[in-house]
Design a protein around this ligand. Sequence first.
Ligand code: PMP
Length: 344
Amino acid sequence: MREDLQVFDDVLQLIGNTPLIRLNRIANNLKGEFLAKVEAFNPGHSTKDRIALHIIEEAERKGILKPGSTIIETTSGNTGFSIAMVSVIKGYECILAVSSKSSRDKIDMLRSMGAKVYVCPANVSADDPRSYYQVAKQMHEEIKGSVYINQYFNELNIEAHYKTTGPEIWKQTEGKITHFIACSGTGGTISGTARFLKDQNPDVRVIGIDAYGSVLKKYHETKEFDAEEIYPYRIEGLGKNLIPTATDFDIIDKFVKVTDEESAHMARHIAKTEGLFVGYTSGAAFQGVKQLAEEGEFDENSKVVIIFPDHGSRYMSKVYSDDWMSEQGFFDSKNEASTHRIEF
Ligand code: PMP
């Protein structure tokens, strides 16, 4: 049991310093040591607490945010929840423009944290004035002194991880990390953490996890945006249909693509083997590790750190629902039930 009993002034003091947990069971047939940085231990249950706090505190330092100011973002996901949480404590108004595709549960969660949520039609193009991008932009223009987080195009997203996630991992591994593996969405986590780690040791291998249906891997390899790579997929938070400036492609050595189905089974498998109830992209990240191990990426001396970005509770009606898994055909294709086992 932990012994660091301490009293905190508010929930924001608990952001960061998340544990590295050795994956003793799920990785026991792989060469090397595998450590998960479990970001669900943040108070908002995801890695996005770090960027919400950093971006908001930078705006305060620059004098942009004053008590009662408004913070705007276009997400129903983890970032929205983290911004809402930070706004509660710091006394800001939080406005989130979300797509009508967002689940009722997610919208209710954001409203529970005091956010004002504008639900915008999903079936319009990004430049339509009704789209959540345009609604957010317009509100930002209209509300004087407001801050638009704009995580895909905000350099402070990278900086948050350069200042926190990177140094934590370096310290936790006593500088012995050989591989850093993270899912890439905005790219902030992988870019900022990798930049710090490579500043300490340029030999650390940095590998991004991307989704089939996303443009990131191809762009990394060719420096060209290939719209033909784009098609719908189910994993949320991983991959993208545009090139975010919050991704430093030069710092990433390689990308690996993973499927919706294998990632979903892997998330469920992590819960059942390691007792870690983590989100869909944690399954994707470890699925990527499995593929890399098969390609011979690791040896006995490898010390591999993998980011597990968020908590499983956000996926109760998806990955952790047997009905949803069946509807996706994730059980049918292998004729398996929820006791699905993964062989290494
Ligand atoms: N996993 C989840 C669940 C996420 O919400 C995100 C953020 N989009 C990521 C992974 C990827 O993190 P980043 O945006 O820092 O690349």
